[in-house]
Design a protein around this ligand. Structure first.
Ligand SMILES: O=C(O)CCC(=O)C(=O)O
Ligand SMILES: [Fe+2]
Length: 318
């Protein structure tokens, strides 16, 4: 209870400003080391009770669904009352609306009305996540991801850093240190987890707008196809003020490290080949669209897009 009070006072207007301006906010010391150690113990008990399952991405290839598991990553949603009974502290946080209330008050475009927690254990030995965004406006109502790290013994060299790609700014690595919370927009912040040498515990609180959601905007690829080409510099800079547009440009910008992150996160399998194929197909399609719009091709395209995105900054993330 004391930890929850402490947590409530840690969610300051400064956190909302950083989230809006930088695309991420880091809060240290919000719950206290004792709470985090106890929460880590709860996640471990859920694991020992056999309630964590291997994380896997669903890939659709030639109409067939294939499962693409991540090596060493185990997870569980905190929906099941049996899991909640083993993790009462984390369940108490799941029931606390402070974060979503504060964010909705201070960031008027956010109307967050529900939340869910996912527990995660990375067993180490190189376990990692490939580059991804957590959600998409067409998929569900998730808007803000908040990750709570529970690793009292983390040291530089252990790996397992969260890497954010706030394009056009340089990537940022954040250590999964104990009692640290990292917030970012679920639909637009590209991120991954670097390989972890040792076990790594955390849970994610996803904050969603589930009621009264506006219909999803026209998908960006459709809008881009409709823009006349070549587009003016002003039109392209205006486009890159939209977080969704920056998301697509960063997919193109980081196509090679993105593919490497898929190879690093999954053991070789036909499902991994399908994921890589799909990744390169999308990257090539984006390259064709932006080559047409910018009137710039080949090696000159990426620096050109970076220049446009820098001209669009500073931009809002939410
Ligand atoms: O473990 C982390 O730091 C991030 C995990 C993640 O990106 C996810 O669960 O979507
Ligand atoms: Fe994620």
């Amino acid at each position: 209870m004391a930890a929850l009070l402490r947590w409530r006072s840690a969610i300051s207007p400064g956190v909302c400003t950083a989230l809006q301006r930088d695309g991420c906010a880091v809060i240290d010391g919000a719950l206290g080391a004792n709470w985090c150690l106890a929460a880590r113990g709860e996640v471990e008990r859920v694991w020992r009770a056999g309630r964590l399952h291997a994380n896997a991405t669903h890939i659709v290839r030639a109409g067939e669904r294939q499962l693409l598991p991540k090596a060493s990553i185990l997870e569980a949603e905190l929906l099941d009352p049996a899991v909640q009974a083993v993790a009462p502290l984390v369940a108490e946080l799941q029931a606390d609306a402070t974060l979503r209330t504060m964010l909705s008050l201070l960031l008027p475009r956010l109307r967050l009305d529900s939340q869910a927690i996912k527990l995660q254990v990375n067993e180490g030995g190189g376990g990692c996540f490939p580059m991804h965004c957590d959600s998409d406006e067409e998929v569900d109502g998730r808007r803000v991801s908040a990750i709570f790290y529970l690793n009292p013994h983390w040291r530089p060299g252990d790996g397992g850093e969260l890497r954010l790609y706030p394009f056009p700014r340089e990537p940022v690595d954040i250590a999964p240190a104990c009692d640290r919370i990292v917030l970012f927009p679920s639909t637009t912040m590209l991120h991954r987890v670097l390989p972890s040498k040792r076990d790594r515990y955390c849970f994610t609180l996803w904050l969603s707008q589930s009621r009264g959601r506006p219909p999803p905007p026209t998908p960006l690829p459709v809008l881009l196809q409709e823009m006349s080409a070549p587009a003016s510099r002003e039109a392209l800079v205006a486009l890159l003020r939209e977080p969704q547009a920056r998301r697509y440009v960063s997919k193109l910008f980081y196509a090679a490290p993105w593919a490497a992150s898929i190879e690093e996160s999954h053991a070789p399998s036909p499902a991994r080949d399908a994921a890589l194929e799909q990744h390169w197909r999308e990257a090539r399609a984006l390259e064709a669209v932006f080559t047409r719009l910018c009137g710039v091709s080949g090696k000159r395209l990426r620096p050109h897009l970076l220049d446009l995105a820098l001209a669009a900054a500073p931009t809002a993330w939410l």
